[in-house]
Ligand binder design. Structure first.
Ligand code: SF4
Length: 442
Protein backbone atom coordinates (compact mmCIF):
# COMPACT_ATOMS: atom_id res chain seq x y z
CA UNK A 1 0.00 0.00 0.00
CA UNK A 2 1.38 3.46 -0.85
CA UNK A 3 2.30 5.50 2.18
CA UNK A 4 -0.51 7.89 3.11
CA UNK A 5 0.49 11.53 2.77
CA UNK A 6 0.16 13.22 6.13
CA UNK A 7 -1.98 16.31 6.34
CA UNK A 8 -1.72 19.41 8.48
CA UNK A 9 -4.09 22.18 9.46
CA UNK A 10 -3.00 25.48 11.04
CA UNK A 11 -5.17 27.89 13.02
CA UNK A 12 -4.16 31.51 13.59
CA UNK A 13 -5.15 33.40 16.75
CA UNK A 14 -3.24 36.62 16.16
CA UNK A 15 -2.24 39.41 13.82
CA UNK A 16 -0.79 39.64 10.30
CA UNK A 17 2.64 38.78 11.66
CA UNK A 18 1.23 35.48 12.98
CA UNK A 19 -0.37 34.90 9.59
CA UNK A 20 3.02 35.36 7.97
CA UNK A 21 4.51 32.97 10.60
CA UNK A 22 1.86 30.41 9.66
CA UNK A 23 2.76 30.75 5.96
CA UNK A 24 6.40 30.02 6.76
CA UNK A 25 5.54 27.15 9.08
CA UNK A 26 3.29 25.68 6.35
CA UNK A 27 6.23 25.80 3.93
CA UNK A 28 8.42 23.86 6.33
CA UNK A 29 5.72 21.23 6.83
CA UNK A 30 5.26 20.91 3.06
CA UNK A 31 9.02 20.43 2.69
CA UNK A 32 8.70 17.60 5.18
CA UNK A 33 6.13 15.89 2.95
CA UNK A 34 2.95 17.10 4.62
CA UNK A 35 -0.04 18.41 2.68
CA UNK A 36 -2.19 21.26 3.90
CA UNK A 37 -5.88 20.57 4.47
CA UNK A 38 -8.65 23.07 5.06
CA UNK A 39 -10.55 20.39 6.93
CA UNK A 40 -9.29 20.18 10.49
CA UNK A 41 -10.87 16.77 11.08
CA UNK A 42 -8.73 15.23 8.29
CA UNK A 43 -5.44 16.50 9.71
CA UNK A 44 -2.71 14.33 11.23
CA UNK A 45 -1.01 17.44 12.58
CA UNK A 46 -2.87 20.46 13.92
CA UNK A 47 -1.17 23.66 14.94
CA UNK A 48 -2.06 26.93 16.60
CA UNK A 49 -0.09 30.02 15.66
CA UNK A 50 -1.07 32.37 18.42
CA UNK A 51 -0.33 35.64 20.08
CA UNK A 52 -0.63 34.99 23.79
CA UNK A 53 -0.41 38.72 24.48
CA UNK A 54 -4.17 38.82 24.95
CA UNK A 55 -6.06 36.58 27.37
CA UNK A 56 -8.73 35.94 24.71
CA UNK A 57 -6.18 34.15 22.52
CA UNK A 58 -5.00 32.04 25.47
CA UNK A 59 -8.59 31.04 26.24
CA UNK A 60 -9.06 29.96 22.62
CA UNK A 61 -5.87 27.88 22.75
CA UNK A 62 -7.23 26.00 25.78
CA UNK A 63 -10.54 25.52 23.96
CA UNK A 64 -8.75 23.93 20.99
CA UNK A 65 -6.66 21.74 23.30
CA UNK A 66 -9.81 20.32 24.86
CA UNK A 67 -11.25 19.51 21.40
CA UNK A 68 -8.02 17.85 20.27
CA UNK A 69 -7.80 15.78 23.44
CA UNK A 70 -11.11 14.15 22.43
CA UNK A 71 -9.84 13.56 18.86
CA UNK A 72 -6.64 11.98 20.22
CA UNK A 73 -8.69 9.30 21.94
CA UNK A 74 -9.88 8.17 18.48
CA UNK A 75 -6.81 8.64 16.23
CA UNK A 76 -3.15 9.66 16.37
CA UNK A 77 -2.84 13.44 16.21
CA UNK A 78 0.21 15.67 16.59
CA UNK A 79 -0.52 19.05 18.17
CA UNK A 80 1.79 22.02 17.70
CA UNK A 81 1.99 25.50 19.21
CA UNK A 82 3.94 28.45 17.83
CA UNK A 83 3.77 32.24 17.39
CA UNK A 84 4.23 34.98 19.97
CA UNK A 85 3.85 32.97 23.14
CA UNK A 86 4.89 34.48 26.45
CA UNK A 87 7.42 32.46 28.47
CA UNK A 88 4.88 32.11 31.30
CA UNK A 89 2.22 30.75 28.89
CA UNK A 90 4.83 28.59 27.20
CA UNK A 91 5.60 26.97 30.56
CA UNK A 92 1.94 26.20 31.16
CA UNK A 93 1.10 25.15 27.61
CA UNK A 94 4.25 23.39 26.37
CA UNK A 95 3.42 20.09 28.13
CA UNK A 96 -0.10 20.08 26.76
CA UNK A 97 1.11 20.23 23.12
CA UNK A 98 3.24 17.58 21.46
CA UNK A 99 5.48 20.29 19.99
CA UNK A 100 6.31 23.85 20.82
CA UNK A 101 8.16 25.58 17.97
CA UNK A 102 10.01 28.85 18.50
CA UNK A 103 9.01 30.82 15.41
CA UNK A 104 12.52 32.26 15.12
CA UNK A 105 13.91 28.74 14.94
CA UNK A 106 11.78 26.96 12.38
CA UNK A 107 14.86 24.99 11.44
CA UNK A 108 14.23 22.93 14.61
CA UNK A 109 10.85 21.72 13.40
CA UNK A 110 12.21 18.79 11.37
CA UNK A 111 14.22 17.29 14.21
CA UNK A 112 11.50 17.96 16.79
CA UNK A 113 8.91 16.29 14.58
CA UNK A 114 11.26 13.42 14.01
CA UNK A 115 11.76 12.92 17.72
CA UNK A 116 8.10 12.25 18.22
CA UNK A 117 7.60 10.25 15.00
CA UNK A 118 10.74 8.96 13.29
CA UNK A 119 10.19 9.83 9.62
CA UNK A 120 11.83 12.11 7.03
CA UNK A 121 14.98 14.00 7.81
CA UNK A 122 15.43 17.50 6.46
CA UNK A 123 18.04 20.08 7.24
CA UNK A 124 16.09 23.31 7.13
CA UNK A 125 17.21 26.90 6.77
CA UNK A 126 16.51 29.72 9.21
CA UNK A 127 13.33 31.76 9.74
CA UNK A 128 13.95 34.41 7.11
CA UNK A 129 15.32 32.18 4.38
CA UNK A 130 12.16 30.10 4.23
CA UNK A 131 10.07 31.37 1.35
CA UNK A 132 6.48 30.82 2.36
CA UNK A 133 3.61 29.38 0.42
CA UNK A 134 1.21 32.29 0.71
CA UNK A 135 -2.41 31.94 1.79
CA UNK A 136 -3.49 34.34 -0.96
CA UNK A 137 -2.45 34.52 -4.61
CA UNK A 138 -2.72 38.31 -4.82
CA UNK A 139 -1.96 39.68 -1.32
CA UNK A 140 1.33 38.81 0.40
CA UNK A 141 2.72 39.54 3.83
CA UNK A 142 6.49 39.84 3.65
CA UNK A 143 8.38 39.95 6.95
CA UNK A 144 11.30 42.36 6.86
CA UNK A 145 12.27 42.11 10.51
CA UNK A 146 11.27 40.32 13.66
CA UNK A 147 11.47 41.22 17.36
CA UNK A 148 11.46 44.61 19.05
CA UNK A 149 13.76 46.71 21.23
CA UNK A 150 11.14 49.11 22.52
CA UNK A 151 9.92 47.24 25.61
CA UNK A 152 6.50 48.84 25.99
CA UNK A 153 5.48 47.70 29.46
CA UNK A 154 2.22 46.01 28.38
CA UNK A 155 3.76 44.12 25.46
CA UNK A 156 5.18 40.65 25.26
CA UNK A 157 6.89 40.86 21.88
CA UNK A 158 10.44 41.59 23.11
CA UNK A 159 10.02 38.54 25.41
CA UNK A 160 8.46 36.23 22.82
CA UNK A 161 10.34 37.24 19.66
CA UNK A 162 13.50 38.70 21.12
CA UNK A 163 15.40 41.77 19.92
CA UNK A 164 15.10 43.41 16.51
CA UNK A 165 16.57 41.27 13.75
CA UNK A 166 16.39 42.61 10.20
CA UNK A 167 16.23 40.41 7.18
CA UNK A 168 18.88 41.12 4.50
CA UNK A 169 17.44 43.63 2.01
CA UNK A 170 18.49 41.60 -1.04
CA UNK A 171 16.36 38.68 0.22
CA UNK A 172 13.33 40.92 0.78
CA UNK A 173 13.72 42.50 -2.66
CA UNK A 174 14.11 39.07 -4.29
CA UNK A 175 10.93 37.83 -2.58
CA UNK A 176 8.91 40.90 -3.65
CA UNK A 177 10.27 40.62 -7.23
CA UNK A 178 9.05 37.03 -7.39
CA UNK A 179 5.64 38.02 -6.02
CA UNK A 180 5.23 40.80 -8.58
CA UNK A 181 6.24 38.42 -11.37
CA UNK A 182 3.48 36.13 -10.11
CA UNK A 183 1.10 39.11 -10.45
CA UNK A 184 0.59 39.83 -6.75
CA UNK A 185 -1.29 43.08 -6.26
CA UNK A 186 -0.70 43.95 -2.63
CA UNK A 187 2.57 43.66 -0.75
CA UNK A 188 2.52 44.31 2.99
CA UNK A 189 5.94 44.61 4.61
CA UNK A 190 5.76 43.36 8.18
CA UNK A 191 7.72 44.00 11.32
CA UNK A 192 6.97 44.95 14.91
CA UNK A 193 8.70 48.29 14.36
CA UNK A 194 9.48 48.64 10.65
CA UNK A 195 11.02 52.09 11.18
CA UNK A 196 13.99 50.42 12.87
CA UNK A 197 14.67 48.23 9.84
CA UNK A 198 18.39 47.78 9.13
CA UNK A 199 19.66 49.42 12.31
CA UNK A 200 20.96 46.08 13.61
CA UNK A 201 22.99 45.23 10.48
CA UNK A 202 26.17 47.09 9.62
CA UNK A 203 26.10 48.49 6.07
CA UNK A 204 22.44 47.55 5.55
CA UNK A 205 20.08 50.08 3.92
CA UNK A 206 17.48 51.68 6.18
CA UNK A 207 13.69 51.51 5.91
CA UNK A 208 13.04 54.55 3.62
CA UNK A 209 15.63 53.28 1.14
CA UNK A 210 14.21 49.75 1.29
CA UNK A 211 10.76 51.17 0.44
CA UNK A 212 12.21 53.16 -2.48
CA UNK A 213 13.92 50.09 -3.90
CA UNK A 214 10.76 47.98 -3.62
CA UNK A 215 8.63 50.77 -5.06
CA UNK A 216 10.77 50.72 -8.21
CA UNK A 217 10.15 47.01 -8.80
CA UNK A 218 6.82 47.49 -10.56
CA UNK A 219 3.97 49.80 -11.50
CA UNK A 220 0.74 48.10 -10.73
CA UNK A 221 0.70 47.12 -7.08
CA UNK A 222 -0.06 48.46 -3.63
CA UNK A 223 2.84 48.68 -1.22
CA UNK A 224 2.05 48.94 2.50
CA UNK A 225 3.87 48.45 5.78
CA UNK A 226 3.00 47.59 9.38
CA UNK A 227 3.74 48.78 12.09
CA UNK A 228 5.38 52.15 12.73
CA UNK A 229 6.44 53.46 16.11
CA UNK A 230 5.86 57.22 16.44
CA UNK A 231 9.30 57.66 18.05
CA UNK A 232 11.12 56.40 14.97
CA UNK A 233 8.99 57.89 12.18
CA UNK A 234 11.55 59.94 10.25
CA UNK A 235 11.27 62.86 7.81
CA UNK A 236 12.96 60.65 5.21
CA UNK A 237 10.18 58.10 5.56
CA UNK A 238 7.47 60.76 5.17
CA UNK A 239 9.22 62.04 2.02
CA UNK A 240 9.33 58.54 0.54
CA UNK A 241 5.63 58.00 1.37
CA UNK A 242 4.81 61.23 -0.43
CA UNK A 243 6.79 60.48 -3.58
CA UNK A 244 6.78 56.71 -4.09
CA UNK A 245 4.36 55.64 -6.84
CA UNK A 246 3.11 52.38 -5.32
CA UNK A 247 3.09 53.21 -1.62
CA UNK A 248 -0.49 53.76 -0.58
CA UNK A 249 -1.40 56.86 1.36
CA UNK A 250 -2.35 54.89 4.43
CA UNK A 251 -0.51 54.87 7.73
CA UNK A 252 -1.07 52.88 10.89
CA UNK A 253 0.49 54.87 13.72
CA UNK A 254 -0.36 53.46 17.16
CA UNK A 255 -0.74 56.12 19.86
CA UNK A 256 -2.05 53.83 22.69
CA UNK A 257 -3.12 56.70 24.99
CA UNK A 258 -3.76 60.45 24.89
CA UNK A 259 -2.19 61.00 28.30
CA UNK A 260 1.52 61.74 28.73
CA UNK A 261 1.47 60.22 32.21
CA UNK A 262 0.05 56.93 30.87
CA UNK A 263 2.41 56.93 27.89
CA UNK A 264 5.28 57.19 30.35
CA UNK A 265 3.97 54.21 32.32
CA UNK A 266 3.63 52.34 29.03
CA UNK A 267 7.28 53.22 28.22
CA UNK A 268 6.28 54.56 24.81
CA UNK A 269 9.17 57.07 24.46
CA UNK A 270 7.08 59.98 23.08
CA UNK A 271 4.70 62.64 24.33
CA UNK A 272 1.35 63.70 22.93
CA UNK A 273 2.92 66.98 21.77
CA UNK A 274 5.45 64.97 19.73
CA UNK A 275 2.71 62.74 18.33
CA UNK A 276 0.50 65.66 17.31
CA UNK A 277 3.45 67.45 15.65
CA UNK A 278 4.21 64.28 13.75
CA UNK A 279 0.62 63.94 12.54
CA UNK A 280 0.66 67.58 11.42
CA UNK A 281 3.91 67.07 9.52
CA UNK A 282 2.56 63.93 7.80
CA UNK A 283 -0.74 65.61 6.87
CA UNK A 284 1.00 68.74 5.56
CA UNK A 285 3.18 66.59 3.37
CA UNK A 286 0.46 64.08 2.32
CA UNK A 287 -2.92 65.84 2.72
CA UNK A 288 -5.05 62.87 1.67
CA UNK A 289 -3.41 60.33 3.96
CA UNK A 290 -5.70 57.98 5.91
CA UNK A 291 -4.37 57.38 9.43
CA UNK A 292 -5.39 54.60 11.79
CA UNK A 293 -4.20 53.83 15.30
CA UNK A 294 -4.18 51.42 18.26
CA UNK A 295 -5.46 52.41 21.69
CA UNK A 296 -5.52 50.61 25.06
CA UNK A 297 -8.26 51.71 27.45
CA UNK A 298 -8.12 51.15 31.20
CA UNK A 299 -4.34 50.87 31.50
CA UNK A 300 -3.46 50.66 35.24
CA UNK A 301 -4.00 53.97 37.06
CA UNK A 302 -5.78 55.55 34.05
CA UNK A 303 -8.18 58.13 35.51
CA UNK A 304 -11.38 59.41 33.91
CA UNK A 305 -9.52 62.66 33.14
CA UNK A 306 -6.67 60.78 31.44
CA UNK A 307 -9.16 58.78 29.39
CA UNK A 308 -10.78 62.07 28.36
CA UNK A 309 -7.34 63.16 27.10
CA UNK A 310 -7.44 60.10 24.83
CA UNK A 311 -10.90 61.06 23.56
CA UNK A 312 -9.69 64.63 22.95
CA UNK A 313 -6.70 63.37 21.01
CA UNK A 314 -8.88 61.07 18.89
CA UNK A 315 -11.20 64.01 18.14
CA UNK A 316 -8.28 66.21 17.16
CA UNK A 317 -6.41 63.70 15.00
CA UNK A 318 -9.60 62.44 13.35
CA UNK A 319 -8.56 58.89 12.48
CA UNK A 320 -10.18 57.02 9.65
CA UNK A 321 -10.26 54.00 11.93
CA UNK A 322 -8.77 52.64 15.16
CA UNK A 323 -8.20 49.30 16.82
CA UNK A 324 -8.74 49.45 20.55
CA UNK A 325 -8.73 47.00 23.43
CA UNK A 326 -9.43 46.95 27.13
CA UNK A 327 -6.21 46.45 29.08
CA UNK A 328 -5.65 42.99 30.51
CA UNK A 329 -2.42 42.12 32.31
CA UNK A 330 -0.32 39.43 30.72
CA UNK A 331 1.98 37.43 32.94
CA UNK A 332 5.60 38.10 32.06
CA UNK A 333 5.13 41.70 30.91
CA UNK A 334 6.60 44.59 32.91
CA UNK A 335 3.18 46.23 33.40
CA UNK A 336 1.83 43.08 35.07
CA UNK A 337 4.70 43.23 37.57
CA UNK A 338 4.76 46.99 38.07
CA UNK A 339 1.07 47.92 38.31
CA UNK A 340 -2.12 46.69 39.89
CA UNK A 341 -4.87 46.23 37.30
CA UNK A 342 -6.93 48.80 39.17
CA UNK A 343 -9.40 50.12 36.57
CA UNK A 344 -12.66 48.26 37.18
CA UNK A 345 -13.95 45.93 34.45
CA UNK A 346 -17.21 47.89 34.07
CA UNK A 347 -15.26 51.15 33.81
CA UNK A 348 -12.99 49.69 31.09
CA UNK A 349 -16.05 48.51 29.21
CA UNK A 350 -17.68 51.95 29.53
CA UNK A 351 -14.53 53.68 28.20
CA UNK A 352 -14.26 51.15 25.37
CA UNK A 353 -17.87 51.81 24.38
CA UNK A 354 -17.36 55.58 24.43
CA UNK A 355 -14.30 55.28 22.24
CA UNK A 356 -16.08 52.85 19.94
CA UNK A 357 -18.89 55.38 19.44
CA UNK A 358 -16.46 58.18 18.66
CA UNK A 359 -14.34 56.13 16.24
CA UNK A 360 -17.53 54.84 14.57
CA UNK A 361 -18.61 58.42 13.93
CA UNK A 362 -15.18 59.35 12.57
CA UNK A 363 -15.08 56.33 10.24
CA UNK A 364 -18.54 57.20 8.93
CA UNK A 365 -17.52 60.84 8.35
CA UNK A 366 -14.34 59.65 6.61
CA UNK A 367 -16.34 57.34 4.33
CA UNK A 368 -18.89 60.08 3.57
CA UNK A 369 -16.09 62.18 2.12
CA UNK A 370 -15.32 59.35 -0.30
CA UNK A 371 -18.72 59.64 -2.00
CA UNK A 372 -18.33 60.90 -5.55
CA UNK A 373 -14.66 59.87 -5.74
CA UNK A 374 -13.16 57.49 -8.27
CA UNK A 375 -10.88 54.91 -6.66
CA UNK A 376 -9.13 51.63 -7.22
CA UNK A 377 -10.52 48.59 -5.42
CA UNK A 378 -8.83 45.24 -4.91
CA UNK A 379 -11.50 42.53 -5.18
CA UNK A 380 -11.60 39.92 -2.38
CA UNK A 381 -14.91 38.09 -2.80
CA UNK A 382 -17.77 37.58 -5.21
CA UNK A 383 -21.05 35.81 -4.77
CA UNK A 384 -24.06 35.30 -7.06
CA UNK A 385 -27.27 36.63 -5.54
CA UNK A 386 -30.31 36.08 -7.80
CA UNK A 387 -29.31 37.49 -11.20
CA UNK A 388 -26.49 39.71 -9.97
CA UNK A 389 -23.06 39.34 -8.44
CA UNK A 390 -22.17 40.88 -5.13
CA UNK A 391 -18.47 41.75 -5.24
CA UNK A 392 -16.60 42.86 -2.15
CA UNK A 393 -13.19 44.52 -2.14
CA UNK A 394 -11.01 46.97 -0.30
CA UNK A 395 -9.79 50.48 -0.96
CA UNK A 396 -6.12 51.13 -0.26
CA UNK A 397 -7.10 52.43 3.21
CA UNK A 398 -8.92 49.13 3.99
CA UNK A 399 -12.45 50.56 3.60
CA UNK A 400 -14.73 47.75 2.41
CA UNK A 401 -16.46 48.37 -0.92
CA UNK A 402 -19.61 46.66 -2.19
CA UNK A 403 -20.10 46.53 -5.97
CA UNK A 404 -23.13 44.90 -7.58
CA UNK A 405 -22.57 43.77 -11.19
CA UNK A 406 -24.12 41.57 -13.87
CA UNK A 407 -20.86 39.59 -14.29
CA UNK A 408 -18.60 38.58 -11.44
CA UNK A 409 -15.35 40.50 -11.00
CA UNK A 410 -12.18 38.41 -10.77
CA UNK A 411 -10.90 37.98 -7.20
CA UNK A 412 -7.46 39.55 -6.86
CA UNK A 413 -7.96 42.10 -9.62
CA UNK A 414 -7.97 45.88 -9.43
CA UNK A 415 -11.07 47.68 -10.71
CA UNK A 416 -11.84 51.36 -10.88
CA UNK A 417 -15.07 52.37 -9.19
CA UNK A 418 -17.13 55.45 -8.50
CA UNK A 419 -18.23 55.59 -4.86
CA UNK A 420 -21.96 56.31 -4.57
CA UNK A 421 -23.09 55.66 -1.03
CA UNK A 422 -21.97 55.16 2.56
CA UNK A 423 -22.92 51.95 4.39
CA UNK A 424 -22.54 51.17 8.08
CA UNK A 425 -19.58 48.91 7.34
CA UNK A 426 -18.08 50.57 4.25
CA UNK A 427 -19.19 52.11 0.97
CA UNK A 428 -21.19 51.11 -2.09
CA UNK A 429 -19.77 51.77 -5.56
CA UNK A 430 -20.26 51.12 -9.28
CA UNK A 431 -17.69 50.20 -11.91
CA UNK A 432 -16.22 53.22 -13.62
CA UNK A 433 -14.25 53.65 -16.80
CA UNK A 434 -12.45 56.78 -15.65
CA UNK A 435 -9.06 56.79 -14.01
CA UNK A 436 -8.83 57.13 -10.22
CA UNK A 437 -8.85 60.84 -9.46
CA UNK A 438 -5.82 60.48 -7.23
CA UNK A 439 -2.97 58.04 -7.63
CA UNK A 440 -2.98 57.57 -3.88
CA UNK A 441 -6.56 56.32 -3.89
CA UNK A 442 -5.47 53.21 -5.68
S1 SF4 B 1 6.83 48.83 19.88
FE1 SF4 B 1 5.16 47.39 19.53
S2 SF4 B 1 6.12 45.37 19.47
FE2 SF4 B 1 7.60 46.77 20.38
S3 SF4 B 1 7.32 46.54 22.58
FE3 SF4 B 1 6.04 48.27 21.92
S4 SF4 B 1 4.01 47.42 21.45
FE4 SF4 B 1 5.49 45.73 21.59
Amino acid sequence: MPKKIKQFHLIIFGCQMNMSDAERLATVLKNLGYEETKNESEADLVGVIACSVRQAAVDRIYGKLREWQIVKEKKPLVTLLSGCVLPADRKKLADKFDLFIDINHLENLASDLQNIQPEEKLALPSFFSINPSYYSDYRAYVPIMTGCNKFCTYCAVPHTRGRETSRPSQDIIAEVKKLLQANYKEIILLGQNVNSYGLDIKDEIKFPELLQKIDKLGDNFWLKFLTSHPYDMSDDLIAVMKNAKNLTHYLHLPVQSGSDAILKKMNRHYTITHYKKLIKKIRTSIPDIAISTDIIVGFPTETAKQFKETLDLVKEVNYNTAYFAQYSPRVGTAAAKMFKDDVKKEEKKKRWQELNKLIGKQSLAFNKKLVGQTSLVLIDQNKKIDKNYLNLGKLANYTTVKITTKKSIKIGSFVTVKINKVLNWGVEAELSTSFPRRRESH
